[in-house]
Design a protein around this ligand. Structure first.
Ligand SMILES: [Zn+2]
Ligand SMILES: [Zn+2]
Length: 384
């Protein structure tokens, strides 16, 4: 739970000092000057180095709030223009500043600052500081392409990939003897980027562990890792939709220095079918019928997603575009029972004959007369 500075009581608002005054910088101070000024005050008044010193804590909070506003271009502009009213909400605290705080100090020899900061603010927000030496390996992405039918009924796919595994010689330790990393001084992070906005990134020397090996293993040169080819049989469950991501825990890269492995993330790409279309647990199929079949009714044979065919009765007088439902011929639930499926919808498309022979044409004319078809039909109203 982040601690919010005592801004909840409105009384403080009244006594609030100008942010530039708080940091002791000019109104036109550069970003670098503001950063420097804040750094100085924060160092001198840090609550962990001044326990039970209410004044120091107050100065620290005040400076942090000022810094949060003045270090942000937009907030600074608003503040310059409208005063405290322009940065309402920023006054809620310095939670954003505290997140960036150790970044501000990294590379300056204050590697342990992040930890101090966490303990002061209740901690728990940075997993790396609670256990700085445990770094999880990277998760890997893999795309498996399956057919329309296999995605519906489930299948197994072979997944071949290469990943980092623990070195067999040193059992992932990378060697023997540990010392504090000279690059990051044990913090595991270094500041990257130019100008005011710096990002903390994982230290390239120790890969975030904060420590380096004195006597590196000759097989893996101290990385504790080796490349390994893996072949897994991955189950694609029934009812899988396109874009589903399956997580195979611990099948990614091994962590450096014996850290836990990342995951293998298998994204499933489902191929389209030439005839069937799927929407969730239902499948749709367009079936052409002739207009005499539509008028008289008929029995047709239609294909099923699982293969094979089924006979379907089309009632007389069916209109083009109407659907017939075939229960339990659709898609099972994801990881569900293959006996409990959604439905299949047949959409009947009535086709108009294109080429009529002499006899057919005559019959058609006769039919039109018998039916008393009007040469000027009136429009059909929209259905509501
Ligand atoms: Zn090794
Ligand atoms: Zn390092």
């Amino acid at each position: 739970m982040p601690v919010h500075a005592g801004m909840s009581h409105m009384g403080i608002e009244m006594a609030k000092r100008d942010y530039y005054e708080v940091l002791g910088v000019a109104k036109n101070a550069s970003e670098e000057e503001i950063k420097k000024a804040y750094r100085k005050i924060a160092m001198a008044n840090h609550p962990d180095t001044h326990p039970n010193d209410k004044d120091a804590e107050e100065r620290f909070k005040e400076a942090s709030e000022a810094y949060e506003v003045l270090s942000d271009k937009t907030k600074r502009q608003n503040y310059d223009q409208f005063g405290f009213a322009g940065v309402d909400g920023a006054a809620g605290g310095y939670s954003n500043v505290y997140r960036d705080f150790s970044d501000l100090f990294s590379g300056s020899g204050f590697g342990g600052f992040g930890d101090i900061f966490d303990s002061f603010f209740g901690g728990g927000s940075r997993s790396r500081s609670s256990s700085p030496n445990v770094v999880r390996g990277a998760s890997l992405q893999y795309t498996a392409t399956v057919s329309f039918k296999d995605a519906i009924f489930g299948t197994k796919v072979d997944v071949s990939y290469t990943h980092d595994d623990a070195c067999e010689t040193c059992h992932g330790t990378g060697g023997s003897g540990m010392k504090t990393c000279p690059t990051c001084h044990g913090s595991g992070q270094v500041a990257r980027g130019s100008g005011f906005f710096q990002m903390a990134t994982t230290c390239p020397t120790c890969h975030g562990s904060g420590q380096v090996i004195e006597n590196p293993c000759s097989t893996c040169h101290g990385t504790g890792l080796r490349k390994k080819s893996e072949k897994l049989s991955v189950t694609i469950p029934c009812g899988t939709e396109d874009g589903t991501r399956l997580v195979l825990r611990g099948k990614g890269n091994a962590g450096p220095n014996g850290g836990p492995a990342g995951d293998l993330l298998v994204s499933v790409h489902v191929l389209d079918d030439r005839y069937f279309v799927r929407d969730g647990r239902n499948v749709f199929l367009q079936v052409p019928i002739s207009f005499t079949q539509a008028a008289l009714g008929c029995e047709i044979e239609v294909p099923l997603v699982e293969g094979g065919k089924v006979r379907v009765s089309v009632p007389a007088g069916i209109q083009s575009g109407k659907s017939l439902r075939l229960k339990n011929r659709g898609v099972p639930a994801f990881r569900g029972s293959v006996d409990d499926r959604g439905d299949m919808y047949l959409t009947l498309v009535v086709e108009t004959p294109k080429h009529l022979g002499l006899k057919a044409r005559g019959l058609m004319k006769e039919l039109a007369q018998v039916l008393g078809e009007d040469a000027s039909p009136s429009p059909i109203p929209f259905e509501r």
